[in-house]
Each structure stands twice: as structure tokens, then as C-alpha cells.
Design a protein around this ligand. Structure first.
Ligand code: MN
Length: 727
């Protein structure tokens, strides 16, 4: 490179670097326009090393030009930081340039915002997947790699901590991605730069050792190349031959992996021969093997069996003059391009290639599916099981990657919704969700998640759980089974609660003690008659309407159903409770009479809710639900309970219903409420971002009735959540 990485590059130098393959004025104009816009936008911004910011994107564009990418990719490379670092918006960029360029810049910005520092190997592998999966266009990755390469070249200006963090991220995520894209040159430079910051002592030791042996090595190489050249000329094969320096990091890896000392690494002497045709590759190999003895097990034919990243070449190691071992690579010019720049060479821009944007799009998709199905196999041996596991893990097609607000990644199948996301976080988060915010915007629960979305789940402890619509919306099996589980369990628990309440009420009506009715003897008899094994089954039988509470009471007490005087009297005087004086609100405070009792307006408890009394100053007892967040002191609380005999009092309950906006939704909600003869005393609704929210105050007898209303509401089409509100 003519420039050191901090040197200020000019637009002319960039155009000059492209001049080998970009000559059309319109293409040059696009690059100039991107430059002028970028410079203007980054005006007044400086890099850590002190030079004007625009210098960085220009260097990135220079790297891109060396890969022979097209003018749009170069323009996007110049603009790659404007969305992140300036006020420019996507729309402005699309307007000023075009949608394609704006999308490329947007893709790079998303990769930049990814948090890729992590601990476990699994996460590292995931990050590689995410990195690739997030970039719908290979060009995004190529730009991002160029960006990282320049940042690594200028990493010296950063504080130590940042150097280590970035170098780690580079070696864990960027170099494997460069490897799988076959971008060998970028990969090995990134490796060496990272290595330099991560293990400086080791790095400089190897550099020094290489320097010491440099003269000797070069002599050996030139002697070998001379002999090869002579031989190829004799056989009239046109060739290019280079002595190749292995990158420092790969020497280190070899030393570490084989536990060898530097001078035991025998393929430091490496030669590359480039010929015109595949046939000549094999011909050259034959000549070399005929002259120098090959080391067994070191010959590899990557021409017949290309690597997954398209790499093709013949490899052999031979014992040359003076008993030195040489690693020899033989390949065609085209193979060499692919070996150096991988996928980027595939994208090499040809100005006169006439294709429409649709064709180009198809080509992108085509390349991409190759790219997606590509599996990661390291150069090293890899066993069959591992190979299969890798393939299984690489399901780019099927997955979207969604982020929690904390930056954790959740991978979901395509088409997944915030509900799937919520259940992946935690079952309870799923059960209690009442809304989702994606990228700062409230979305309906059937929203289709996209890779890169940041999703926050809104939950409410007072939510009545999943609605039936959810089963039609979710895409993951896990969510389906958890929702189904919820419904069956919920039904059971509810029925047990309801049954228990009804039986207790019956026992009280009969004026009996609970212990007496549910004596061991009584209970055992019922167990035996009905094959029950627990009290819960007795309650469930009542709650699920198998028996009435009265019937069960009679079974327990072994009395045939008969009308007692008391019962007759009660039936006649339905509204005049016979047992004792009632409090006005249907609430009993143990041991206290004639005290002012009021139902708290914030949580509005109804019979069936767990309640507690709060002794207010001068205003008697306020009855709250036990889970009301407004009770914050414990010392003024008093036990209160519902008086279940009190049957004509009605209570208010506030609920919030959310779902998709659609014609007639509000009417359906009100209709569903009225099925249970429940009155609505207040209702309001609003719609935002396609989400309908209805708030209603219902007048109900007890929690049982409210639950029935809620169950009905959850059956309304496109209703996604019902929650009780505490003000
Ligand atoms: Mn950048």
C-alpha cells in the first residue's frame, strides 16, 4: 500500500485505485458524490489519531477498491458511518443516492451496533452465525470486513482495553467470517493485527525469528524457484512463481497446535506457482513430484475437491535442494483470485456486463443461497459427527435473530412473533405478556419478527394469561405447548378454586364448622364412592359442575337431599340473610363491628380476590387486594375476609383488553361481556399502531363472574390480552 493507514487519502487517489476497472464517468461521479456528501456530513469529526474522520471511510473504500467491488459498494463504503455517526436518515440516503446504497449502509450500521463480545464458545459460534445471518447481502459483510481491517490497522490510537476487546472480537468473529468467505488476504492481515495486540510478546518474537532467518530463507527460496522455472520453461509451461510468506498468526498456531519450536515448523518455505489451465496444474505437479520427493500425506487436491469457501489449488510438500522442505501450491490465475479474495472476487465488478437490476437481484439471491448453505469447516481435520453438528447448527435460512433490550440474542424460526420471543425468555413472561415494543414501537402480538429487531416484552402480573388467538399466531412448538399447558392447568386450578369457594360458602350457609364437614371419615367415604384421592378433586368436581356444592355437602354429611326448615326459610327470604348482620360491603372484619369499611378504589377487590384491610387515618378500613402495589406499609394492616353469604352486592372491576384493530372489534367485546349478563359501567377505547386498547369498568358479583367474562373475551377474534388494572 502506498499509504500508511493514518495518511490522508484524497478522492483522486481513490479514483486512481479504481481506474483499473471503473472507467465510466457515471460510476466515477457516483463515487465523487458519495465522497462529497460523506465529507460534508463528517465535517468537524476527527478520529482518535487526530486526522479528519472522512479519512477512515476513504481508506475503507480503498480496501474495497483493491477487491474490485462495484461503484455502489464503494459509495456505500464511503458512506458506511453516516447513519451511525451523523444526522442523516435512511430515507435521506435512499433519496439522495438510491435504495440499494442506503440498504447497504444500513446493513453495515446494524452490524456495527451488534454487541459481539462474549464468553462461551457457543456464543462465539452464534455470533459468527448472527454476523452472517444478519447481512442479507454479502456486500454488507465485505464492507464491514474492510471497515474492521482499517480500524485494526489504526488500533494503536485506542486505549489498551479497547485494543484488547476489539482484537478479541476480530479473531473470534471477523476472521472466521473472512475465512468462510475465502477472503484469505483480509483474513490473514486481520489475524496478524489481532495477534499483535493480544499476544504482543509472542508476536514480536516470531517476527524477530523470521527476520533472523530471512536471508537464509530467501536464498533457499530463490534457489528452488530458479530450478522450478527452468523446468517449466523446458516443458513450455507459462508460469508465475512467487515465494510466499506465511502469516505470523498461522505460524504461531502451528507452533501451539503441534507443540513445536519455531525452527521445527518446516513449511515456512512456501512457493506458489500460477499457470494457465487446470491441466497445467496437474502437469506441473507431476514434474515437481518427479524431481523432488514428496512428503507422504501432504498432497491435497483442492481442485477436484474445492473447499466449501470455493478455494481451489493443489498442495504438496517436497524435500528440495539441501534437504529443505518446501510447501508448494499450484493453481490457475482465476483460482488464485478466489484464494486471495474469495467471495469478493466472485463479485468483482465488470463495467460492461449488461444486467438489469432484477437480474442482479437474482444473482444476489443465487450467490446468497450458495453462501447460506456453505458450512464452516476449518482447514484442519474435522470428524463426521462434528461436521453434521455444524451443518445442523447452520440453519441460516430458517432463523431470525432478535435482541433483548440487554443485547442478548434469541434465535427464532422465520415468522416468529413477540409471543414466541416472550416464551423463549421465560414461560411466565409469556403467560403474563400484555404487549411488545419492537425497536421502540408498540407492535401487535402477531407482528413478524425480523433479524436485528430489539424486542421488549411488556408484562402485567394481573394479566389473565394467553388468549386462544395466540395458538393461531405463534410459530414455535415450545410456545404452543406452553400455552396449551397453561389452558389445561388454568382450567383445573380455577375449577378447584371455584369449587372450594362454593363448598365453603355452602358449609357456612349450613352453619357448620369446616372441620366437621370435612372430617377424615366423611372425606374418605366420598373418596371411596367416587374414586377421588384428594380434597382438590372434591373441589374440582364442584368447580367443574359435576356436582353442586349442596350435593357435595350432602354426600359428605351423608344426608339425602331434603328441605330443612332453615333452607325453606332461606329460599323464601332470599334477600334477608338469616345468620348474622352483614357489613355493607360484604366484608367481615374479625372482632370489629360498626366500623367504616370501604373498598379501595385503586385495585377494586371483588369477592374471590385475596384481600387485606388497611386502617386509614380517620376513614375506617380500606380493603385492598393482597397484591395491590399501593399497600406499602405492613403495620397498619388488618385481616379481613369476604362474607360469602352476601349475595346481592355488585362490585366494580377495571379491565384492559388489547388486540388487533379491526372493524366491529369493540362491538364484539361488548357483546361478549353481555353474554354473562354483566354490566359495563364505563368503557373507553383507542387505537394506536393497529393495536386496539379497550378499558372497561365491569359490574360483577365476584371473581368467578369476572373470570367467565375474561374467558369469553379471550375467545374474541384478534383479542390478544386481558388484564385487570390497578390504578
Ligand atoms: Mn467505520
Amino acid at each position: 500500500m502506498a499509504n500508511s493507514s493514518h495518511d490522508v487519502v484524497t478522492i483522486d487517489e481513490l479514483l486512481n485505485a479504481c481506474s483499473g476497472y471503473i472507467q465510466k464517468q457515471s460510476n466515477k461521479d457516483l463515487i465523487i458524490k458519495a465522497y462529497n456528501f460523506g465529507r460534508e456530513m463528517h465535517e468537524g469529526q476527527f478520529r482518535k489519531s487526530g486526522e479528519p474522520y472522512i479519512n477512515h471511510p476513504l481508506h475503507v473504500a480503498l480496501i474495497l477498491a483493491s477487491l474490485h467491488v462495484g461503484p455502489k459498494t464503494i459509495a456505500a463504503g464511503i458512506l458506511h458511518d453516516v447513519l451511525e455517526d451523523t444526522d442523516v436518515t435512511f430515507d435521506e440516503l435512499a433519496e439522495l443516492f438510491d435504495h440499494e446504497i442506503a440498504t447497504l449502509v444500513d446493513g453495515v450500521t446494524k452490524l456495527t451496533q451488534l454487541k459481539l463480545t462474549n464468553k462461551s464458545d457457543m456464543m462465539v459460534h452464534n455470533h459468527q452465525k448472527i454476523f452472517v445471518g444478519m447481512s442479507k447481502d454479502v456486500r454488507v459483510i465485505i464492507i464491514k470486513l474492510a471497515d474492521r481491517l482499517h480500524n485494526m490497522r489504526t488500533l494503536g490510537a485506542m486505549p489498551y482495553e479497547k485494543q484488547v476487546r476489539i482484537a478479541n472480537e476480530t479473531i473470534e468473529v471477523y476472521t472466521p467470517v473472512a475465512h468462510r468467505l475465502g477472503m484469505y488476504k483480509v483474513k490473514s492481515e486481520l489475524e496478524d493485527l489481532s495477534f499483535r495486540y493480544l499476544k504482543p510478546e509472542m508476536y514480536y518474537q516470531i517476527v524477530e525469528l523470521l527476520d533472523q532467518k530471512k536471508v537464509e530463507r530467501e536464498e533457499n527460496i530463490s534457489r528452488m524457484t530458479d530450478e522450478i522455472a527452468e523446468m517449466l520453461e523446458e516443458h513450455k509451461i507459462k508460469y508465475d512463481i512467487t515465494g510466499r510468506a506465511k502469516n505470523i498468526y498461522s505460524i504461531y498456531k502451528k507452533m501451539a497446535k503441534r507443540n513445536k519450536k519455531f525452527n521445527e515448523i518446516y513449511d515456512l518455505l512456501a512457493i506458489r506457482i500460477i499457470v494457465d489451465s487446470e491441466l497445467e496444474c496437474y502437469g506441473t505437479l507431476g514434474l515437481i513430484h518427479a524431481k523432488w520427493r514428496p512428503l507422504p500425506g501432504r498432497f491435497k487436491d483442492y481442485i477436484a475437491m474445492p473447499k466449501p469457501n470455493m478455494y481451489q489449488s493443489l498442495h504438496t510438500t517436497v524435500i528440495g535442494p539441501n534437504g529443505q522442505t518446501f510447501e508448494v501450491q499450484i493453481r490457475t490465475r482465476e483460482m488464485d483470485q478466489i484464494a486471495e479474495n474469495g467471495v469478493a472476487s466472485h463479485w468483482a465488478y465488470k463495467e460492461n456486463k449488461k444486467i438489469t437490476s432484477k437480474e442482479e437481484q437474482e444473482e444476489i439471491v443465487d450467490k446468497l443461497s450458495w453462501f447460506k448453505s456453505m458450512v464452516e469447516i476449518e482447514q484442519e481435520e474435522i470428524d463426521a459427527k462434528e461436521y453434521m453438528d455444524t451443518i445442523k447448527m447452520d440453519v441460516f435460512n430458517a432463523n431470525v435473530y432478535v435482541f433483548t433490550p440487554a443485547g442478548d440474542v434469541i434465535d427464532l424460526p422465520k415468522g416468529a412473533t413477540p409471543i414466541d420471543f416472550a416464551y423463549r425468555i421465560h414461560t411466565e413472561v409469556g403467560h403474563k405478556m400484555v404487549g411488545a415494543i419492537v425497536n421502540g414501537q408498540m407492535v401487535p402480538l402477531n407482528y413478524e419478527m425480523h433479524t436485528g429487531d430489539v424486542c421488549e416484552i411488556k408484562t402485567n402480573k394481573q394479566s389473565y394469561g394467553p388468549s386462544e388467538d395466540w395458538l393461531k399466531i405463534v410459530k414455535t412448538h415450545a410456545a404452543v405447548s406452553k400455552i396449551k399447558q397453561y389452558f389445561s392447568k388454568q382450567r383445573k386450578v380455577e375449577n378447584i378454586d371455584i369449587g372450594k369457594d362454593l363448598l365453603m360458602k355452602e358449609i357456612r350457609t349450613q352453619g357448620k364448622a369446616v372441620d366437621e364437614v370435612l372430617s377424615r371419615e366423611n372425606v374418605q367415604k366420598v373418596y371411596k364412592d367416587h374414586h377421588y384421592s384428594s380434597l382438590e378433586e372434591i373441589y374440582h368436581a364442584i368447580g367443574s359442575k359435576a356436582f353442586t356444592a349442596k350435593q357435595m355437602y350432602n354426600k359428605l354429611m351423608r344426608i339425602e337431599e331434603e328441605l330443612t326448615d332453615e333452607l325453606i326459610e332461606k329460599k323464601i327470604n332470599k334477600n334477608q340473610p338469616i345468620r348474622r348482620q352483614k357489613s355493607e360491603n360484604g366484608i367481615i372484619v374479625e372482632g370489629i363491628d360498626n366500623i367504616l369499611i370501604a373498598i379501595a378504589n385503586c385495585c377494586k377487590p371483588i369477592p374471590g380476590d385475596e384481600i387485606v384491610g388497611y386502617i386509614s387515618k380517620g376513614q375506617g378500613i380500606k380493603v385492598h387486594r393482597k397484591d395491590c402495589p399501593n399497600i406499602n406499609s405492613l403495620d397498619r394492616l388488618i385481616d379481613v375476609e369476604w362474607d360469602f353469604d352476601f349475595s346481592d352486592k355488585k362490585y366494580h372491576a377495571d379491565i384492559r383488553v388489547k388486540g388487533l384493530e379491526r372493524e366491529g372489534a369493540l362491538m364484539d367485546i361488548i357483546k361478549m361481556i353481555s353474554i354473562t349478563n354483566t354490566n359495563v359501567s364505563a368503557v373507553s377505547s383507542n387505537t394506536a399502531d393497529d393495536i386496539l386498547t379497550v378499558t372497561a369498568t365491569l359490574t360483577v358479583a365476584d371473581a368467578h363472574e369476572l373470570l367467565k367474562v375474561v374467558d369469553n373475551l379471550k375467545k374474541v377474534k384478534h383479542i390478544h390480552s386481558v388484564e385487570r388494572i390497578i390504578k
